[in-house]
Design a binder for this molecule. Sequence first.
Ligand code: CUA
Length: 142
Amino acid sequence: RFEKRVLMISGALVAVFIFSMLYARSKYNDLPACIPFNKTYTEPKVTKLDDKTYQVFAVAQMWQFQPAQIYIPVGSDVDFYLTSKDVVHGFFISEKNVNMMAVYGNINKQTVKFDKPGVYKITCHEYCGTGHQNMQAEVIVN
Ligand code: CUA
């Protein structure tokens, strides 16, 4: 029967979809985590937890990121916390597969290891107005 076949095929597609979602999750266990809103921070800062662990509290705002320059020693794990003071911004570090949204009233988090020295550009990849093209910051690892 035709209907039965359609049902089976769509069921199989759903199964494949769910499986690939679970697979993606297990493969990239450092996917951005959304932290429920309680009290969002407003002051950008970099906190050193120990020699190899840092927290970056980043604030996006038309049209800049703060801190604009983040200095990190090689081999560090960095927890990026991200929020916005106004519209939705993006937070993208292509070399590190970092891809977050900055949303007013919310905090997103992603942890990244920087094991090679260099300057890693942070760019806004969500259109946010006339200054969008120039909205960037950098992580300086050395
Ligand atoms: Cu901020 Cu585009």
